[in-house]
Write a protein that binds this ligand. Sequence first.
Ligand SMILES: Cc1ncc(COP(=O)(O)O)c(C=O)c1O
Length: 390
Amino acid sequence: MTAHAALRQQAELDSLFDTHPEVSLDFGHVQRALEQGYTKPFLLVDPDIVRGKYRRFCAAMPRVRAHYAVKANPDLRVVQALVDEGSGFEIASPAELDLLVSQGVDPSHVHYSNPVKARQYIEYAASKGVEWFALDSADELRKIHAVAPRAKLYLRIDTPNIGSDWPLSGKFGVHLGEVDEILDAAAALGAQLCGVTFHVGSQCRNPQNWRVAIDRAKRIFQKMRLKGLKPEMLNIGGGFPVRLTKPIPSVEVISEVVNAAIADLDESIRVMAEPGRYLVSDSAYFVCRAIGTARRGGQRWVYLDTGMFGGLLESTQGLHYPLESDCGGRLVPWHIAGPTCDSVDVLLQDHLLPADLQDDDFIYIRNAGAYTTAYASEFNGFPLPDVRVI
Ligand SMILES: Cc1ncc(COP(=O)(O)O)c(C=O)c1O
């Protein structure tokens, strides 16, 4: 079976689990883009698919306002498509804020969700008009309050990341037993701690993580009221998955859980989310090519002109993308590596690709619009991938 046929078969199997159709960039666009030549890896993006995903997200959860997580793909044309749709935004740094402001975004529609921020970054964002800041410790609460006493604050809580292909728990998120200390500090300072947020892990394939996290947020809202704080915002984070190599629940399936969980939330509480991957992944193909092959100890190796430093970092951490090629040979296991001299730059081991794969053959990576070009560096002197837009 060829790589193209194997992927088609997988898509048919996936649709048995969830019949909601997913739209990916049509491969014909990739073929036409290649007719214009190839000098280095590129991401080919269709902003119409981004727009469609935004509308679908809003339709599935009418009470939830989407704030695009810029980190997923900060390309200006992607951001502009979402500005045109009326999206809000989530940032991790002042550079992301500047990018949004350059596209005409009102900073009051931007949430600064990085839970630990440099003092001068908080100052800068507040001076530009950002109102909402995340935190997950009493130390960060005091820091933000000292710099921006009128800021509205939301508490990032720890929550299960079970079934998420890219877990995000551990580094951030206050544990439930330590919430009181932060609420007490806010009440004592007179700080406006009035929201709760969480992240269920990126590429989350388990809708129940949202139910558990929303339940925790509701309990914290109760505590806030008891301490004289006034809850007004629930931020259900990102994590909404896209079709890569494993079956996923569609956003409609997840929305049944989310909508039920927020149904009894007081109307005064505004609900928002921070989808990143969901909005941009399906809109793009990442195109790269093999630069060489080798056999070592009976093992086939293929080296690509991009790797973990060129935009495919997630592949090294267990988040696998569908890889396609034009070759028609039988599928055999390959070790797939990037072009740099660093031995960590190995993307996949024993991954099935056609036996006849050779240098100069293209590799096409479907649904790769998120966390690819955004991660790329020029390590070892290899060029950054292009972003081409349809
Ligand atoms: C605070 C925050 N919000 C939203 C996102 C976007 O997550 P995803 O791309 O899984 O939707 C991230 C991703 O790391 C994040 O850290």
